[in-house]
Write a protein that binds this ligand. Sequence first.
Ligand code: HPA
Length: 272
Amino acid sequence: MTIYEEIQTALSDLRAQTDIVPRVGLILGSGLGDFASEIEIEASVDYSSLTGFPVSTVPGHVGRFVFGRIGETPVVCMQGRVHYYEGYPMRKVVLPVRLMRAMGAEILFITNASGGIAPGLKAGSLMLIEDQISCFVPSPLIGPNEEKLGTRFPDMSHIYDEELRAIVAATAEEGGVELARGVYCQLTGPQFESPAEIRMLAAMGASCVGMSSACEAIAARHMGMRVVGVSCISNLAAGIAEHPLSHADVVAAADAAAPNFKYLVKNSIAKF
Ligand code: HPA
C-alpha cells in the first residue's frame, strides 16, 4: 500500500465516526495528556479503530484523537503519539500527523517534553521551538515520494512559522509565563543521552533534546502545514543534571509545568 492509500484508508475509517474538519492539529506531549479535559469534547476516535494505525506502547500514553473547539478554533488533539524507539518505521510514526492534514488541519501545534541543554533552562521551563536538528533520526520522507502529499525535496529553512510563534510569545507575555526560545534536537532514544553526547549537542547548537518531534514537523511541512511547537523542559540533560535521569522524574516535572503549559497552548490556539 502506498502512503497515500494508507492515509486514505485511515481517513475513511475516521470519517465513518466523525465529519468534523479541524483547523489545528495539536499533539499532546508529556504534561498535557489530560488537556482534553479543558475543551468540550465533540467527538473522539480511538487509534485502534483506524486501519494500519500505530498504537503507543509507552506507559501513560493513551491513543485517540479528540475533537473540540478552543475559542472559535476547531481542533483535533492527538492524545498519545508513537515514537520511533518503539520500533515503528518512521512512516508509521508520522501517519497520525499526515492524517490530521488529510482531515483538513492547516496548522500543527507540537508539544513535547525534553531535556534542557542551553544555559538558563531549568526543569519546568517552557521553550518555544525556533528551529530543529533532525539529522540523528531517519527522515520520515525516505522512500518513494508521494507527489499528492508534497514535493520530493521540501525546503526546511522556515519549519516553525514566524507568525504563529509571535502569537505564542505574546500569549506567554500576557499571562506572565516565562518562555525560553531555542533549537530542539531529536535523537532516537529510548536511552537518555550520555554526558559526552550532551556536550556534542551543545556544541552543535541544540538547546534541548527529545525523542519525538522533529520528524513530525518535517512530515507536516512536507504537506504544507504551518508548524509551531513548545517544549516542556522536564529535566536538565545528562551531565548537566546532578542525578541520573528517570522517566518518572520527566513525567513529574512535566505535570508540575502543566498549568502554565495548558494556559499557553489554549490561549494561543484561540488566536490562531
Ligand atoms: N533526553 C531525551 N529525551 C527527553 C529528555 C532527555 O533528557 N527528557 C525528556 N525527554
